[in-house]
Design a protein around this ligand. Sequence first.
Ligand code: EPZ
Length: 424
Amino acid sequence: MQYTKIVGGNGLEGEVPISGSKNACLPIIAATLLTHETCILHNVPDLTDTSHMLEIIRYLGSKVQRLEKNSWSITAQQVNYQAPRESAGRLRASVCLMGALLGRKKQAIVPIPGGCNLGARPIDLHLRAFETMGVTIKMQEEQVYLSAKNLRGTTLSMEGPRGSTVTGTANLIMAAVLAEGITTIQQASKEPEIGDLCHFLVQMGTKIHGIGTETLTIEGVDTLYGTEFTIQPDRMEAGTFIILGLLCGNSIAVTGTQRIFLQSALCGLFDAIPHMGEYCHWENDTLHVSHAEKMPPFSIQTRPYPGFPTDLQPQITVLASQIVGTSYICDTIFPERFAHVTEFKKFGMHIEQRTGAIYVHGRTKLQGTSVQAMDLRAGGALYLAGLTAHGETTIRGVEYVDRGYEHFETKLRALGATIERMEA
Ligand code: EPZ
């Protein structure tokens, strides 16, 4: 069992290079199943989630070779359609195997997906989309059995009760690219990660119109081809480090992304936090972030892109605790995504919970403590709290953080953090 010790309270400074995006990369790895030719992927982050996904497609028959640290060659010459129950069940993004295997094989057996415990995470919108394409579906012992005589284009909305589904949109796109006829997706997810998937598929020979908008039109083709593609930077990792800079940065330089990309991909963060511009400034493609001395309290509602991202909700809560006044944070996407509040209170944060929302009363001086990570983004937020707090913090459950932040502790140490990974 691993845990991490942090001694907080120091100002941090230096450069932090942003890695490739986990949530762009996982569906794209699944999409390599759609061709028998070789795909070469660059800027693939070195994470347990990406290792798991590569293992799964290797199990399905793909030839998977590491070319360099973050570059992989994948060739799915022969593919079987039954995903491994154990590892696929652990990874939310394994749900994307359904669309890719339906596209390639017209059938799939995939475990009900796992992933971070953020409250209810149904897949009804995914399955409904497949049914409208002529797929028959049955569920048995936590497995989903999908098959279709032929896959026909459809027109439908991917909007659910809490906005459009991201992996649901990815799934439908991957089932549609080799289907007969045209598929029109209304209220498609507009997350930048979906844009990356679409650009990858276009490079493979797909015809997709409306990329980046809420209406995608996909013309099914007969064959897709191998291609070489670079995964976009991870905007959630960037957002996490930007918030760290606002918390305790003498001056943190966020590199490895383009200004035009990050300003657009993180517009939800930049638009939500008042006076952000006073603490962040661009020098070419490097974003310099410094400690937010006097930031007014804010009111945030998480929304699908381009709104404030739910994957930065725990992190922005730590910032709210350091701001004088009361901030309001509501998660409209995952109303139960507040399991971390009990851990935050151990630092001394003053947080009042409501249904699907919290009030954070700042400013509180945080004291080091012992806490437990319960999911990936909340785990990252515990590091931010530990680095802000005075004294020593112990974080257990750090395996969650290894799922989605590449070399997180190495990057923090390079900024001057006193941080050590221990074996219990
Ligand atoms: C993706 O999860 C991300 N994961 C999540 O990031 C992210 O928090 C989430 O999108 C929202 O942005 C990956 O991309 C691997 P959804 P996903 O389907 O696709 C409801 C991280 O930390 N819904 O967009 O599973 C659902 O309950 C992770 O990297 C249905 O009702 O999320 C939720 O309320 C955490 N029926 C809302 O839609 C469905 O069939 C959005 O879920 C599907 C979803």
